[in-house]
Design a protein around this ligand. Structure first.
Ligand code: HEM
Length: 449
């Protein structure tokens, strides 16, 4: 059987790519990415005020992301874009401040604690199913993306704070995240091409307002937990509140706690939601894959934690969707001093562009690179060629959490529902804060017998 090519721009020469993008009014980085960006191992990308070196070669990817000499901190553009929302939290910090936070936060995401979160994940799905049943009964189209975002945001709230998102607050947080995402993405393309390295990045009023709304909401959720007479709760926030710096014995301040919780929200729900959106879209296009996925869990009336580890095809579906649609499209770093990678000079301020999008789609790294084939994960994977969760010391702390959560959601919802896209031909990916569909995917929901 020929392998399926899910939606993605067809790479072309740089000039044709620009003309195509201008003609169709596309402005996102994915449709501008020339064919050479996929086939090169390592090379300069386009013309920009600061140099941008794209790195697809797995050994060089490993070298930059492990960064043994401390030459490649987080990229200043990315830090500038996110710091209004998440301060100097672990996602944006580098060097000793990052190391301190990582040591304090990692235990909150230990496998034992993630395993304990499993029941809260299930409760989130149970609470969401009536909404899907209503949509199935009414026959009204719903947005697949918004469905996945609402479900994963509720799960992150339940697992982090041990409480569900009240609907009005949830709507407000979603609206603010959406506003933040749209405005930040626009600023970034302009600055990527024209900005000076390490320049201060002013944010628009819309971004500042969205950040303030989200932070206020998080502060309200946190307040009762910090009250002097608050009973300790054994959840992720509880673990982060209790965390102490091994050297000073001090915990996080209230504002640092808001920074970190902002990161858990930001990094922990849209990422999983975007990959689930692609999974359900692909399952609707490929009934053969849907049948295999369902067959794996059809005899499980109640999916338990140990089952999620045995659902091999379901996990491979998730892995393959993250290969072709890595939620974090780019993991940029900046050269803090003149340096060299695989024989290429990078002057101070040059951007080392580690792009899961091109690394995962490079024909040098993957056979049939643009085809969807979950079974490829039955084989070995070369280190540095598959990095949806990053690599090295800064690898995602939520990787185990996200894998268990996504496997559970995929298995549970595929057992019970069909999501049929109304306009599958219009679906195409763009790079915003996550790799997501350019337009929301409208679907009709059917409850399965
Ligand atoms: C499918 C879901 C997810 C994907 C694809 C993903 C991807 C990533 C990637 C690529 C990085 C590394 C960024 C870099 O090196 O610049 C990262 C870091 C991080 N992620 Fe995730 N993530 C996911 C889910 C989560 C969840 C559920 C949480 C927490 C609730 C989370 C929290 C974090 C944090 C705190 C960091 C910063 C780690 C550090 O810098 O030391 N992520 N994530």
């Amino acid at each position: 059987m020929t392998l399926y090519r899910p939606p993605a721009p067809h790479p072309t020469g740089p000039v044709r790519g620009l003309i195509r993008a201008a003609w169709r009014g596309e402005r996102d980085l994915l449709s501008l990415m020339p064919d050479i960006a996929y086939t090169t191992s390592i090379g300069r990308l386009g013309r920009s005020r600061r140099g941008i070196v794209l790195i697809n070669e797995p050994d060089a990817v490993v070298q930059v992301l492990t960064d043994p000499l401390g030459v490649f901190p987080k990229n200043d553009l990315m830090v500038g874009a996110l710091e209004g929302l998440v301060g100097q939290s672990m996602f944006v910090a580098s060097g000793p401040p990052w190391r301190r936070q990582r040591r304090m936060i990692e235990p909150a995401f230990s496998l034992m604690r993630v395993n304990r979160s499993f029941e809260a994940m299930k409760a989130g799905i149970d609470a969401y199913e009536p909404i899907l049943d209503d949509a199935a009964q009414s026959g009204d189209a719903i947005s697949l993306d918004a469905t996945m975002s609402a479900l994963t945001a509720d799960i992150i709230c339940r697992t982090i704070f041990t409480q569900s998102l009240a609907s009005q607050t949830a709507r407000d947080v979603f609206a603010a995240f959406g506003q933040f995402e749209r405005s930040v993405a626009n600023t970034e393309i302009r600055r990527l091409l024209l900005g000076r390295p390490f320049a201060k990045i002013p944010q628009s009023a819309a971004v500042r307002e969205a950040c303030a709304r989200i932070r206020n909401h998080l502060a309200t959720l946190l307040k009762p937990r910090l009250a002097p007479d608050a009973a300790p709760i054994d959840d992720i926030v509880g673990a982060v509140i209790a965390a102490r710096d091994a050297d000073t014995g001090e915990g996080f301040s209230e504002s640092e706690l808001i920074d970190q919780i902002g990161v858990f929200f930001l990094a922990g729900h849209e990422t999983t939601a975007s990959v689930l959106t692609w999974c359900f879209f692909i399952l609707a296009q490929r009934p053969d894959l849907a049948a295999r996925l369902r067959a794996e869990s059809e005899n499980l009336a109640d999916i338990r934690l140990e089952h999620t580890k045995q659902l091999g095809f379901t996990r491979n579906m998730f892995r393959e969707a993250m290969r072709l649609y890595p939620p974090i499209t780019f993991i940029p770093r900046v050269a803090e001093q003149d340096t060299e990678i695989a024989g290429h000079r990078l002057e101070r301020g040059c951007m080392a562009m580690i792009a899961p999008w091109t690394i995962h789609r490079s024909p040098n790294n993957w056979p049939n690179a643009d085809r969807f084939d979950p079974d490829r994960f039955e084989g070995e994977v070369t280190p540095g060629s598959y990095i949806p969760f990053g690599y090295g010391p800064r690898i995602c702390v939520g990787a185990a959490f996200a894998t268990i959560e996504a496997t559970l959601i995929l298995a549970r919802l595929a057992q019970r529902y069909d999501f049929t896209p109304l306009n599958p031909d219009r679906v195409r990916p763009v790079a915003r804060l996550t790799t997501k569909p350019a337009e929301e995917i409208a679907v009709r929901v059917t409850r399965r017998a």
